[in-house]
Design a protein around this ligand. Sequence first.
Ligand SMILES: NC(=O)c1ccc[n+]([C@@H]2O[C@H](COP(=O)([O-])OP(=O)(O)OC[C@H]3O[C@@H](n4cnc5c(N)ncnc54)[C@H](O)[C@@H]3O)[C@@H](O)[C@H]2O)c1
Length: 251
Amino acid sequence: MRLEGKIAIVTGGASGIGKATATLFRQEGALVIAADMAEGEDVVRADAGSEADVAGLVDRAVRDHGGLDIFFANAGVSGGLASIFEQSPEDWEKILRTNLIGPFLAIKHAAPALKARGGGSLICTASVAGIRAGAGGPAYSASKAGVINLVKVAATQLAGANIRVNAICPGLIETGMTRGIYDSARAAGKEEMIGHLNPMKRGGAPDEIARAALFLASDESSYVNGHALVVDGGLSASHPFYRQDYGRTSF
Ligand SMILES: NC(=O)c1ccc[n+]([C@@H]2O[C@H](COP(=O)([O-])OP(=O)(O)OC[C@H]3O[C@@H](n4cnc5c(N)ncnc54)[C@H](O)[C@@H]3O)[C@@H](O)[C@H]2O)c1
């Protein structure tokens, strides 16, 4: 029960990483408000890119449950893999609204509530796409790079409030967002190619990210602040390079 007595908000809570995290946080004793644009079991409808909705979620936690300790700003959209030359400013506005303005709003509105409880943990989902090119479209990648910087800025600006602000950078995880990749690989009989550039030789499961979120939400990470935690099986540890005999050589 690593989150016993804690009140948490998780956005993107109807699917994938958010759903797995809401489930794990509840198992660990937290009261979780899972929020999403989509419907889901035990899910509150809210738009993570709307200031009124995010403020409303925090108000709800304080009013109905007496406070807020953890905000996992996780909702995100991929926007596809169109190139810079194929994307419009409207595409960028739509993607940045959820992926970057969403975490900004979460930090802005949750921090005062966390401070009133004597501290807390803010966690934002970034991506390996925010570290280097090749793991997402241009606006998606830029939004995630923005999240990595945002947690550093926020951690600094919240100095003295006992509020830690960190990001998680997942690699390839099987969720609603990556369903197309998994479905097409399986349909082509090439499931073993999923994650083949990764030293772990596989994609990840939502629960593997949820467990990183649990670490950052709990007191076990009490001195981790302004950090972007990569949880990608080693994908971003190397430049993309593939040799057929990797994994077959003896060592
Ligand atoms: N799946 C991966 O491989 C991967 C890798 C790196 C980062 N991520 C990030 O993980 C986070 C979670 O994505 P996922 O992989 O679980 O995908 P997912 O599609 O399964 O879940 C995302 C959820 O966010 C919700 N959502 C989208 N826009 C919203 C909004 N404006 N307000 C509220 N909810 C909204 C969706 O309805 C969906 O339920 C995202 O930020 C994504 O960018 C995913």
